[in-house]
Write a protein that binds this ligand. Structure first.
Ligand SMILES: [Zn+2]
Length: 655
C-alpha cells in the first residue's frame, strides 16, 4: 500500500528520528561499507572526547553513550552476513564485523580510557548522576574488568589475539552451517504420509527422484508426517551432518579460545566467566539447574516414551526403542489418534499471510501498537519478500520492523531477531529484523508458535528502545532472561479466542475452539520428552565448555544417554550444526531458565481474557519498555509484586 505509506512518511512532523535509509535497488556494497566506516569514525571521535579527561561525570557519560551508540550501529553490520542475497555483501559484512570487533576489543583493553571511568568512580561526586547514569558507569567498569584491562601487557596482548581469533572462528562456524544445505533423493512413493501441497511442491525430476533438503520447510513436515522410517532416518542423518566435519575442529578451537580467555581473566572456567553477568550467577548453578530440570522431568519423559514405543509397535512389533527421527512422527500420531489432533487439518487454518496479519493485530491490541506497512520501494530493503512496517504508539512512530520470513540460498537457517538500529530517544529510531524460514503456503502450528516467539524479541527491541542509553536499549537484559518475554508471547498462539481472530481455512471457517482445546491437551503430551531433550542440549553447551574433551561426538552421545530418553543416532554429529554453541556458548540452559520466568510472568494474566488491557500494559511498561535499565529479577518483581519463583513452571510440568 504505497499511498498509505507515503502519507505516513510525509506527515511525520514530530521530533522522532527517521528510519535508516537503506539502499534498496542501489549499491549495497558501497552502502554497507560506508555506514560501517562512518559509525566507526563517529565512535573514535566520541572516544577521543571521553579521553579528553573531563572530570564531569555527565559530560563523560554522554560522549561514551554516543560512542556506544555508534559501535552498536557498526556491529549491526553482522545482519547483512546472515540475510543479504548477494554473497559479496555477506562476505564484506563478515570482514567489516571482524574490524568492528577488533576495535571493540581494543577499547576494552585501553588503559587510558579505563582510567577516565575509574577516576570518575573513585573521585567524582556521583550524586550528579541519576540511577541510570550510575548503572552505566558500574556496567562500564565491569566490562573493562571482564575484558582484562587491568592485566599486564603480555596478558592483554594474548587476550587481544584470542578475541580476534574468537570472532573469526564464530564466523566460520556460522558460515559452515549457513552454506551447507544437505539433501536426500528418494523415490516419490517414499513421500507417503505427507500432505498434498507438500507432495505437489516436491515433484520428481527427470531421474524420477524427489529432492528433500535440510531447510526447515522441507525437513519439518517430512520428519513429522513422513511414514517411511528409513527415509526419515536418512534425512535425520543428513541434518545431523550439516557442517560436519568442518565445524568439529572449528568448535574445538573456539572452545580452547574461550577456556584460555577465562583462565587469563582469573576465572575457574568459561561458564563461570559467562554466568557472572547472568541471572543464574555462576557456572556450578547451571550444572545444578540442568540436573534439577532433568530430575523433575524424568518420570514424565519415561511415561511418554512408553506411549510412543507402544504406538511404534503397532507398525513394527519387534521395535524395542524409539529413535530421535521417530520422535516427532510418533508424537504426531499419538496426538492425532489419542488426542484427536490432526496436524494436517490444523495447518489448513494457518495460511502464511493471514497468520502474519493476525500476529500484528493481536500484538497491536495487546500492547497498544499500530503497524503501518511500508512499501518495499520506500523501505529500501534487501529482498522483495521482506515486509516492513512502521510501529506507532499513541500516534507517534516509535520504530520500524522488517519481517524476512522465508528461506533462500545463503540465508540464516534458523529463526532469530536481529538488530538493525538500537533505539535512542530523539537520536535514532529502533529497527529490528525477524529472520525466519517459514513455509510460503500453509504453516504448521509449530511455526505459528515460533513466529509469535520471535516477534516477542522484536517488540522488546522496539518498546525497550525509547530510552536515553545505548547500553540499556531494547533486549538489553541479562542474557538468560531474554527468552522469557518471547516464551510468554507463545501462550497467545495457544489460545482459542486469540486464534479465532485470524486462523481461518480456505472455506472461511474459523479454527474450532474444540480443536484448539484438543491441541492444548495434546501439547501437554511430550512436555517431559521436550524437557529432557532440551537438557541434553543444555548439557552439551555447558559441559563442552566446562573442560577439554577430545571427541565431541562421543562426549555428546554420552550426554545424550545421560539426559535424554532417545538413544544417540549412529553417524550423527549434531554439535557441528548446533549454532547456539557459538551464540549462547555455555548458556543454552537459558531457554529452560527463561521458561521458568515466562511461566511465572504469565501467571499474572487471566487465562480467560488474554487481551485484558491493564495487565498487558503494566507488563509492557514495567518489563519490556525498561530494556536493561534494571536487573531482570527486579523488573519481574516489580511486575509481579513479588520475587520470581519456580512454582508456576513446576505446576505446568506436572499438569
Ligand atoms: Zn528466542
Amino acid at each position: 500500500m504505497p499511498n498509505q505509506t507515503d502519507t505516513q512518511t510525509d506527515t511525520q512532523t514530530d521530533t522522532q528520528p527517521a528510519p535508516v535509509d537503506l539502499p534498496g535497488e542501489g549499491d549495497w556494497l558501497a552502502w554497507v561499507s560506508q555506514r560501517c566506516r562512518d559509525q566507526l569514525e563517529e565512535a573514535q571521535q566520541q572516544v577521543g572526547l571521553v579521553k579528553a579527561g573531563s572530570s564531569d561525570a555527565p559530560v563523560v557519560l554522554v560522549a561514551w553513550n554516543k560512542a556506544e551508540t555508534a559501535i552498536a550501529n557498526a556491529e549491526a553490520v553482522a545482519l547483512w552476513a546472515e540475510v543479504h542475497p548477494d554473497a559479496a555483501v555477506r562476505d564484506l559484512a563478515d570482514d567489516l564485523s571482524q574490524q568492528v570487533q577488533k576495535y571493540v576489543t581494543e577499547l576494552g583493553l585501553d588503559r587510558d580510557l579505563y582510567a577516565v571511568f575509574d577516576r570518575l568512580a573513585t573521585s567524582s561526586d556521583l550524586s550528579v548522576l541519576d540511577a541510570d547514569g550510575r548503572r552505566v558507569l558500574e556496567h562500564t567498569l565491569r566490562d573493562f574488568r571482564r575484558a582484562g584491562v587491568d592485566r599486564d601487557d603480555a596478558t592483554r596482548d594474548r587476550l587481544r589475539e584470542l578475541s580476534e581469533r574468537s570472532v573469526k572462528l564464530s564466523q566460520d562456524f556460522g558460515r559452515n552451517i549457513r552454506d551447507d544445505v544437505r539433501s536426500i533423493r528418494i523415490a516419490p512413493e517414499r513421500l507417503a504420509g505427507l500432505p498434498e501441497d507438500y507432495r505437489a511442491a516436491h515433484a520428481p525430476d527427470e531421474d524420477g527422484l524427489v529432492t528433500i533438503t535440510t531447510d526447515y520447510p522441507d525437513l519439518v513436515p517430512f520428519i513429522t508426517f513422513g511414514s517411511d522410517a528409513a527415509a526419515r532416518h536418512e534425512l535425520a542423518l543428513a541434518q545431523n551432518n550439516v557442517a560436519w566435519p568442518a565445524n568439529d575442529q572449528v568448535l574445538q578451537d573456539l572452545l580452547a579460545v574461550r577456556r584460555e580467555t577465562a583462565q587469563l581473566l582469573g576465572y575457574d572456567s568459561w561458564p563461570d566467566y559467562d554466568t557472572e553477568v547472568k541471572m543464574i550467577g555462576n557456572g556450578r548453578a547451571v550444572a545444578d539447574f540442568i540436573d534439577r530440570v532433568g530430575e523433575a522431568a524424568k518420570e514424565r519423559a519415561g511415561d511418554e516414551l512408553g506411549v510412543l514405543l507402544e504406538r511404534k509397535r503397532v507398525d513394527d512389533p519387534s521395535a524395542d526403542a524409539v529413535a530421535t527421527y521417530d520422535s516427532r512422527y510418533y508424537s504426531e500420531l499419538v496426538r492425532r489418534e489419542q488426542y484427536d489432533v490432526d496436524g494436517q487439518v490444523v495447518r489448513t487454518y494457518f495460511p502464511f499471510e493471514q497468520v502474519r496479519q493476525g500476529l500484528l493485530d493481536v500484538t497491536g491490541r495487546l500492547f497498544g501498537l499500530g503497524w503501518t506497512p511500508v512499501a518495499h520501494e520506500d523501505a529500501g530493503t534487501w529482498h522483495d519478500e521482506v515486509a516492513s512496517y512502521d510501529v506507532d504508539l499513541d500516534g507517534t512512530r516509535i520504530g520500524r520492523i522488517h519481517l524476512d520470513l522465508h528461506p533462500r540460498e545463503g540465508k540464516f537457517k534458523h529463526a532469530a531477531q536481529f538488530d538493525l538500529v538500537k533505539g535512542i530517544a530523539g537520536e535514532q529510531l529502533p529497527e529490528g529484523v525477524l529472520v525466519c524460514n517459514f513455509n510460503r503456503g500453509l504453516m504448521e502450528h509449530d511455526e505459528v508458535v515460533t513466529l509469535f516467539h520471535e516477534f516477542g524479541h522484536l517488540v522488546h527491541h522496539v518498546l525497550g528502545g525509547q530510552g536515553e542509553w545505548a547500553r540499556f536499549s531494547g533486549v538489553a537484559t541479562e542474557w538468560d532472561f531474554v527468552e522469557a518475554p518471547s516464551q510468554m508471547l507463545e501462550e497467545w498462539a495457544w489460545d482459542a479466542d486469540v486464534l479465532a481472530t485470524f486462523a481461518r481455512n480456505d472455506a472461511g471457517d474459523t479454527i474450532p475452539a474444540d480443536l484448539v482445546g484438543a491441541m492444548r491437551r495434546a501439547e501437554h503430551f511430550g512436555k517431559g520428552l521436550y524437557a529432557v531433550q532440551q537438557m541434553s542440549y543444555a548439557a552439551r553447551s555447558y559441559w563442552f565448555h566446562a573442560g577439554p574433551h577430545d571427541d565431541l561426538t562421543a562426549y555428546g552421545d554420552e550426554l545424550q544417554r545421560r539426559y535424554s530418553v532417545f538413544p544417540p543416532l549412529d553417524g550423527a554429529h549434531m554439535h557441528c550444526a548446533f549454532g547456539h554453541l557459538d551464540g549462547y556458548s555455555s548458556g543454552y540452559y537459558t531457554y529452560m531458565w527463561s521458561l521458568v520466568i515466562a511461566k511465572d510472568l504469565f501467571s499474572a494474566f487471566d487465562p480467560d481474557d488474554l487481551f485484558a488491557a491493564d495487565v498487558a500494559r503494566a507488563y509492557r511498561d514495567k518489563v519490556l519498555a525498561m530494556g536493561g535499565r534494571e536487573d531482570a529479577a527486579d523488573l519481574v518483581a516489580d511486575f509481579l509484586g513479588r520475587p520470581y519463583s519456580f512454582d508456576s513452571w513446576a505446576a505446568w510440568l506436572a499438569e
